[in-house]
Design a protein around this ligand. Sequence first.
Ligand code: SF4
Ligand code: SF4
Length: 320
Amino acid sequence: MSHTKCHGCSLCLLSCPMWRQERDVQYSPQGIFKALQHNAALSEITPALFSCLLCGACDLLCPEQIDITGTIKTLRRAAFSSGEHRALKKEIESQLKRPTTEAKAEANTIIIPGGALRSMPATLTKVQALLSREARAVLAKDDGDDIALALEAGVEISEHRRHSFLEPLQGAKRLYVSNGLLLQALRKWLPATALCALGYSLSQLSELTTKLTSDDLYLIEARAFHLDHQQTITHYDQLRHQQGCRTNLDLQRNAIPTAAGGLNTLHPTIDSHAQGRWILNGHRVARIIVECAEDGQAMAQLNEQPVLHIADLMEHANDV
Ligand code: SF4
Ligand code: SF4
């Protein structure tokens, strides 16, 4: 594994939510890799391994270009194999749906919104209308939330389950995907399909972004942002300059995640409230606009400013 290349420069620490929370180098890629280089047992690094949000910020910062998130996922799998966190593994396996045989969807464009956005039907209707400009976009029947969770945890996904998720998507030319980890996996599984981050795609629509003001804090979905960083950083810089809105980018130009959703919900290690306060730190804003429904739920719990999904900048789906 590439952790042997870590020379301990600490660059990965400053954007790392788990290091920021713990203020202990053990809770950082540097801490994990240095421990392994000095023959630590897997059980000694397990707390840090399962605190990582897989936000992807560290992957961009490491001068040795270590695949940090890939290594952490591999180490999580090894921890499960050695019996660590057996109950957590069983819980995730129980969430993996029984495979069902689905017909291919008769649509060129499919949206995979994820469970959180699906629980906001009025917002989801606007998302669908906004993404149906060039071709009618249909909603996937299967959100693959269980698959995203298994990917994050490092739990094996059966071939049957993977097939049942992918089969209905096979005919599509374009997929809009809310979950950044699912997006990353789908790019490997469906290489011929155009795969777009849902939040990023909405952030490119001028009828939405022109409604952003300098009183808004705009929350970029962290995983998708880090996945396509070279392309997305220019886009969000332009958005910030044009509209004057603030964003959740830190001083190293990485997106601070809220820690909402996924593994951190099932196995809480990172405090979403503290993450929200970190994001708000130094900003006085009237509204918070989010790309990701889970981020919206986390920020709403702070009870400070109104929180809107970016699609809700459109008052009615008919306005689209
Ligand atoms: S992926 Fe995010 S939480 Fe995990 S080690 Fe990297 S910066 Fe820290
Ligand atoms: S940035 Fe890379 S080389 Fe530097 S301490 Fe972190 S993991 Fe090690």
